[in-house]
Design a protein around this ligand. Structure first.
Ligand code: NAP
Length: 271
């Protein structure tokens, strides 16, 4: 079991969504009952996300807001300055979670330095919680050995049926970190999968719901993106879907180590 379960089990991802599209998506998600929104400075949509949060009428304290610090902002007070900018754009005084979006490429900025900066941002009250994203097993161990390690609550990593990421996920969970799974729908690929569709038919569910239920069954928080209120609703309902052992075995068999998010500055991934 994970020590920390601070993140709500499902949130709305906002990567690629801009301006009125992201405003409408966040508004409909909050109206449907989502209480967890995932943004990042890199997504260039924080101002629109903040506008939607304020316009929603949902009390601020009910919404879990995550933002992320890009890898060119890791040096010195970079993490603090980055978060101050995020808060200004979001129109908030504090986020619920601030993540290091990617580890410093080739370790250019020492991890002890940028996690110290992130820890200072937390101590200053800019964020309630802190965490990391796209960290490998070795990087998680290095991070947890630092004094600031005790404050880390999550590693946000790609988890979808074609990339189960099992070793990393289980390592994080063993070490008390909640895992957040991004791109849980493989950016659309799961919707066309015959195995997932067939499992869905047996449960009166969609392939997307099957993929989300499989991620959630592994104790991982999911953050699917959707601009479509019907998809948002159905993704929320996926939390109610219980898969049986045979379904899970069939989905586990889809794992092919197929990674979608793999930019040139990515770390040396665990196999
Ligand atoms: N930390 C990182 O480095 C990192 C990297 C990538 C992503 N992320 C986060 O993870 C979030 C999710 O990843 P993602 O947005 O790339 O991909 P995703 O959530 O796997 O897929 C999003 C796509 O699925 C469609 N979709 C959603 N629900 C559906 C449903 N029920 N039925 C049919 N289609 C559906 C959406 O279209 P519609 O709009 O038409 O519903 C959209 O095209 C991001 O938004 C971001 O917040 C983090």
């Amino acid at each position: 079991m994970t020590e920390h379960t601070v993140l709500p089990p499902i949130g709305l991802g906002t990567f690629r969504l801009q301006e009125q599209v992201v405003i409408d998506s966040v508004l409909s998600a909050l109206a449907l009952g989502y209480r967890h929104i995932d943004t990042a400075t890199f997504y260039e949509n924080e101002a629109a996300v903040g506008k939607a949060i304020r316009a929603s009428g949902v009390p601020r304290e009910e919404i879990f807001v995550t933002t992320k610090i890009w890898w060119d902002q890791l040096d010195g007070d970079g993490p603090i300055r980055s978060l101050e900018g995020s808060l200004e754009r979001l129109g908030l005084t504090q986020v619920d979670l601030a993540l290091i979006h990617w580890p410093s490429p080739n370790g250019e900025v020492p991890m002890a330095d940028y996690l110290d900066g992130l820890g200072r941002a937390r101590a200053q009250g800019l964020t309630r919680h802190i965490g990391v994203s796209n960290f490998t097993i070795a990087q998680i161990d290095e991070a947890l050995a630092l004094p600031v390690g005790k404050y880390l609550v999550t590693n946000q990593v790609e988890v979808q049926p074609y990339l189960a990421n099992r070793k990393l996920v289980e390592h994080c969970q063993r070490r008390g970190l909640q895992v957040t799974g991004y791109m849980p729908l493989a950016v659309g690929k799961v919707m066309k999968d015959p195995v997932l569709k067939a499992i869905g038919e047996r449960h009166g569910a969609s392939a997307a719901q099957v993929a989300l239920a499989w991620v959630v069954s592994r104790g991982i928080a999911v953050i699917p993106a959707s601009t479509n209120p019907q998809h948002q609703q159905s993704n929320l309902e996926a939390l109610e879907l219980t898969l049986n052992a045979e379904d899970i075995a069939q989905i586990d068999a889809l794992d092919a180590g197929e990674r979608i998010a793999n930019p040139p500055f990515a770390p040396h991934w665990d196999q």
